[in-house]
Design a protein. Structure first.
Lengths: 284, 331, 319
């Protein structure tokens, strides 16, 4: 069974794309979003921070396809430039919590007994703690700025990955081949990294993808509150906030377009994460 | 012809395809079987032979999207065409099913008493207090001591053997005429299997109920039933009085099945059947057993044999008359 | 014999649970307190002003007890809290408890209304989708979109469309009088509950769908029980356990979501107070509001535990 599972991972992506239109569309969107985060800041028609009082508060036009904000900054440029911080900081957050979460999960499953019980209980309590709250209180301690939510949220998301990976790792550790490896004289570290980790890795990826959706929302909310990315830097959560006064004058485009991009990104990664975990569930 | 309680005629079941635009999977090719009032019929086969699906078809419990053709007659009423109240009435009063794994088939969140009386109370046959009274009496009949305490308990507080007795009582309480028992002892500990089986067959005999007893255990089936049907890959290959089938199997598959059992008295390796058991939808045009049969000829691989009367039963084999009955077990 | 020991066991189990809740409360309040104590910034300079002498500062420090070890300060704070003294706000120059009173009321109203919307709509939609598989894809699409709309985006869209665009609802504020308050709360409550409602619907539909496929349900079908009875007594009843757990967590997270939505709609509640206090480094208020929110969490978790045991007989005898 273990060999079959190990052999499974490379073919996963190929099998994923087959027969699934929604998934193909999602993967395309996902690729576009990643591309935006990589090249977005370089392809802006205007410098994203360039104010132009004469062009302030304009609707969509040939010069400004999405219009301008109240300082006359080009909205399309700000959305493009905002893609990187909006996507990258949550990605770093989820990366940290996935690594920590998987390590904790495998360690707990490997040691079993009381260690595992206590870990499971702590993870359960941590799971109930909402990220926004921790980040808001964290802002009081660490100050505002984009790295504050990275630090606080990466702690908050540990259980998102660890809970699910832990139960898979517990099952894995109970399989006879693990015992066989141990009897063959392999060290615990080697068994965990070479075998257990490899077999739970697809699950980690799936959970991390789902957690990324949460991270996008929480990170946007922190910036919206003015505690994360600081204006005048462009970021989607910041832009939803900056668009609010304009909205009262009937100019909805800033808040709506930035908000829509966040929703689109969240939907994309949610669907991707769900399909991934469904496939993993179906093949085990 | 004597009136039948249950009469299955040329039943064929296809399941919905697994994927969109996939092919339907045939799980039962051709099953004809009858149970007379008071008769016990054994349906024997390996896992995947379609025996449980046959029971599900009788109960009208086929999975969503499944298509069943042929006829299932219960007292001359077509079960496959029943709907709504008629189907509910048939399930509530005509037939009861005993399932393999009582732990999974009983709602863990309701008390044993709730589970037992739910059917008769819902169908209006009894009021709750008298239903509980009747359930306790039946529990005592099947050897449960202290039934009053048991009905107040939850399933997880009972052992598997005890829970299967509860299931038997659930099946008997509405006084049905037919019991479908789907591997009723397989999930139990070996030590309580014979107890539960003895209780079940005793109750069936006392009430002279019809029973369709589904099992993979040929010996057990031969011991408790009047007639035996042997099923392989969605086809009944041999059907006849239990003692005759058991003593002188005529279909090569039945013979091989008997020969492959481990013997309780010797340590010689049993003769296993060559090849692996196939599912019904893997069977080609010919005889479903052709690939594993040592007597198979070209005819066997191209044409599926219909069941034909041989001696006291029927055998679905082109060479049923020519092949000598194999050495079975004389009881 | 078994019966006689059961109440004892229940009492012991419950005292353990309540003890655990108290420890969680204590530990988390200490973590928040310690974290805030470690925060940069000197409350003294805010109090005595930039021009104060070193002696004045030292006197103020001693008066505030800032020179004591952390644990001692936590103890003082805790005993104060237990006596109803939550400290003094540095920015509002007011007792924290006096600040909290009216704000608790408006946050409570917002969260209660949102919880009502979330649970009623979410569970209703979920049961419907779980039972009627024909509607499942439509529901999946709807809830898939719903869970992805964070509160602040929902707030922006709702304000833009229903307050500014159509003018049906007020944009900001809390209103006065019951009907007016409800009118003011409608959009914030919708914004706050949108994602949670969709999530509850997803969880409910999955739980109902999974339960409907279980063997014991096919037993019930095979017994000829009426469909409505099977749905009520076997499917929905059993699915209630996971739904309850998630609903509790969701209700608790509405309190956290209120932080964002109150800021978006300029509602003067606990959440917006917390954000303002964080920005102005008003730590007495931050610790008080955190304590309230943590308490809500611990209470909700304990209630979930109790409700689970009430719904699931298998959990009643553990340990």
């Amino acid at each position: 069974m273990s060999t079959a599972q190990i052999a499974r991972s490379p073919a996963l992506v190929k099998r994923l794309a087959r027969h699934d239109l929604v998934l193909s569309a999602t993967m395309l969107l996902c690729a576009i979003l990643i591309l935006l985060a990589l090249v977005g800041p370089f392809v802006t028609p205007y410098p994203p921070d360039q104010t132009d009082i004469l062009a302030a508060g304009q609707g969509p036009s040939a010069l400004h396809p999405l219009g301008t904000d109240s300082l006359g900054r080009d909205l399309l440029s700000r959305l493009l430039a905002g893609a990187r911080p909006s996507l990258l900081f949550p990605a770093i957050t989820v990366l940290i919590s996935s690594v920590l979460g998987t390590a904790i999960a495998i360690a707990a499953a490997w040691h079993g007994g009381r260690v595992d019980q206590v870990t499971a209980r702590v993870l359960e309590i941590m799971f109930a703690v909402p990220g926004i709250l921790v980040a808001v209180i964290g802002a009081a301690v660490l100050g505002t700025g984009p790295w504050m939510p990275v630090v606080t949220l990466s702690l908050v998301y540990i259980p998102y990955v660890a809970r699910v990976v832990r139960s898979a790792a517990v099952r894995e550790c109970r399989l006879p081949y693990v015992e066989a490896c141990r009897l063959a004289g392999l060290s615990g570290w080697r068994i965990c990294t070479r075998h257990v980790l490899r077999n739970v890795a697809p699950l980690t990826v799936a959970q991390a993808t789902l957690a990324f959706g949460w991270a996008l929302m929480d990170f946007g909310a922190i910036s919206f509150l003015g505690l994360g990315v600081q204006p005048p830097q462009a970021e989607w959560g910041v832009m939803v906030n900056e668009g609010r006064p304009e909205m009262l004058d009937g100019a909805l485009q800033q808040s709506l377009s930035a908000g829509l991009l966040i929703v689109l990104a969240v939907v994309t990664f949610n669907i991707l994460g769900e399909r991934l975990s469904a496939r993993i569930g179906a093949s085990t | 012809m004597k009136p039948q309680l249950l009469d299955i005629r040329r039943l064929r079941v296809e399941l919905a395809p697994r994927e969109r635009r996939g092919e339907r999977r045939t799980v039962i090719h051709d099953v004809s079987l009858s149970v007379a009032p008071g008769e016990s019929v054994g349906l024997v086969g390996e896992s995947g032979s379609g025996k449980s699906m046959t029971a599900k078809a009788v109960m009208g419990l086929l999975p969503r999207g499944a298509v069943a053709t042929g006829e299932i007659l219960y007292r001359n009423r077509a079960v496959l065409e029943m709907k709504g109240a008629e189907l509910a009435g048939f399930r509530a009063r005509g037939v009861s099913m005993i399932y393999q794994d009582p732990r999974a088939h009983i709602n863990p969140l309701r008390t044993v008493g709730d589970f037992l009386v739910e059917g008769v109370v819902a169908s209006g046959a009894m009021r709750r207090p008298e239903a509980l009274e009747a359930a306790c009496a039946l529990l005592r009949d099947v050897g449960v001591t202290d039934p009053r305490r048991r009905v107040a308990q939850y399933p997880h507080q009972l052992s598997g053997g005890l829970l299967q007795r509860v299931m038997i009582v659930m099946a008997l309480l509405p006084s049905p005429e037919l019991i479908l028992a789907d591997e009723p002892t397989t999930a139990l500990d070996v030590t309580v299997q014979s107890d539960v089986m003895a209780i079940l067959s005793e109750q069936i005999r006392e009430r002279s109920l019809g029973m369709l007893f589904i099992t993979h255990d040929l010996d057990l089936a031969a011991a408790v039933t009047d007639s035996l049907a042997v099923m392989y890959a969605g086809v009944i290959v041999e059907h006849g009085p239990a003692a005759d089938v058991y003593a002188a199997p005529r279909h090569p598959y039945t013979a091989a099945l008997l020969a492959s059992r481990p013997s309780p008295t010797s340590v010689e390796r049993p003769v296993s059947i060559p090849g692996r058991p196939i599912s019904a939808f893997e069977a080609g045009e010919g005889c479903v057993f052709a690939a594993r049969c040592s007597h198979a000829t070209g005819l066997c691989r191209t044409e599926r044999p219909d069941p034909r009367p041989v001696a006291t039963g029927t055998v679905a084999c082109h060479y049923a008359e020519e092949l000598e009955p194999a050495e079975g077990v004389r009881s | 014999m078994v019966k006689n020991r059961a109440p004892m066991r229940t009492i012991r189990r419950w005292s353990a649970k309540l003890g655990g809740a108290a420890v969680t409360l204590l530990a988390s309040s200490f973590v928040v307190f310690a974290a805030l104590a470690a925060a940069p910034g000197d409350p003294v300079s805010q109090l005595v002003g930039q021009k104060a002498t070193a002696a004045q500062r030292a006197a103020m420090r001693a008066e505030l007890g800032l020179d004591d070890p952390l644990v001692v300060r936590y103890w003082h704070w805790l005993t104060g809290v237990l006596h109803g003294d939550l400290g003094t706000s540095l920015t509002y120059r007011q007792e924290v408890s006096a600040l909290l009173g009216p704000r608790i009321a408006s946050t409570l109203a917002l969260v209660a209304l949102s919880a009502l919307i979330t649970l009623a709509t979410g569970i209703g939609l979920g049961v419907f989708g779980g039972v009627n598989s024909r509607w499942r894809p439509a529901m999946n699409a709807l809830t898939g979109l719903g869970v992805a709309i964070p509160g602040f985006v929902a707030a922006a869209v709702l304000i833009g469309v229903f307050a500014v665009g159509l003018g049906w609802f007020p944009t900001f504020g809390a209103g006065s009088g019951f009907a007016d308050r409800l009118w003011h709360l409608t959009l914030p409550a919708l914004a706050l509950s949108m994602s949670g409602t969709a999530y509850i619907a997803q969880v409910t539909a999955a739980a109902v769908g999974e339960e409907a496929g279980r063997d014991h349900v096919s037993t019930a079908v095979g017994r000829g029980l009426p469909r409505s009875l099977i749905l009520r007594r076997h499917v929905v009843r059993n699915a209630a356990i996971p739904v309850l757990t998630v609903s509790g967590l969701m209700a608790a997270s509405l309190v956290a979501g209120a932080v964002v939505v109150e800021s978006a709609f300029a509602i003067d509640g606990l959440g917006s107070l917390l954000v303002k206090s964080v920005i102005s480094k008003d730590y007495a208020v931050v610790s008080a509001v955190s304590l309230i929110i943590v308490t809500v969490f611990v209470v909700v978790m304990t209630v979930i535990d109790a409700a689970q045991a009430a719904l699931d007989p298998r959990l009643r005898e553990r340990r």
